[in-house]
Design a protein around this ligand. Sequence first.
Ligand code: CAA
Length: 286
Amino acid sequence: MAAPEIRRVGVVGLGAMGAGIAQLAIQAGYETVGREVTDELGTKANDRIAHFLQRKVDKEQMTTAERESALAALTLTTELADLVDCDLVIEAIVEDLGPKLELFAELERIVRPDAVLATNTSALSVTEIAAATSSPERVVGMHFFNPAPLMPLVEIVRAELSSDDAMDAAFAVGERMGKRPIRCHDTPGFVVNRVLIPLLNDCLRVLDEARVSPEDLDTAMTAGAGWPMGPCTLVDLVGIDVHVHASEALYEKLREPRMAPPPRIVAMKNAGLLGRKSGRGFYTYD
Ligand code: CAA
């Protein structure tokens, strides 16, 4: 399969990650189709993107005309069929294998045979997701970091059967989005989460072991280790449910005790304390 030139990008799922990815795509000048399950969720994502682009205008990082043309490049839809002309579709839906498998099987029926399909999964296997299609060579991982518009890295993940053309096309899109892409293979947690998840779990265990408050733990890691934000603030940003899910997925695959989510954070997830998105996690948000 020769990878197509990417002109039109589809993003499926416009939550925090998907909206960030769609923002990057329109900023990079791609015609972009964003798909959410309801009009309300699509509008919410559009408002979020419009807000962050306005902040860029306010800070003179972008002109009003550039903001308007970027926003005009984004088409919202609730129909997967509207992705028909996309050269690349990036999936950023819920982190569950079942819905992802269904989506990839459906996308394959909709887009052209040479379109590249990418998943933003953080802890699931790209190879397993690719196996839902009959053309796994066009499936790769494009793993962005939260907040996607700000974090420079994107991991371009090669699944067992990914083609060089699909990898190159995804890498080129990452570069055009202004990211610093790296290539890696489809191993549990890829590069960053393989290191970051157990590290964050260690931090959370220290909360109880050293009997420090979340505020003091965050101060310890920002003021003592130079982290840009403390571990409790970071887990609140990522989402406590997302962190627990990623920890469980890595523990299941690697069986390393440090990967397992500490009981304290599992209890928080079960109580609906999901961090910023629910208004309460280690901290409280407006
Ligand atoms: N989307 C788009 N734009 C955003 C945004 C978002 N979510 N959040 C902020 N911005 C924009 C805003 O316009 C903001 O400016 P204003 O406040 O003036 O509006 C601007 O970006 C700068 O924001 P900040 O002042 O908050 O930026 P900062 O310099 O403090 O840096 C940070 C913020 C980049 C997030 C930094 O704190 C950092 O690097 N934190 C670590 C984050 C990290 O480790 N992420 C990885 C998580 S792990 C993961 O994602 C993997 C996974 O699979 C779960």
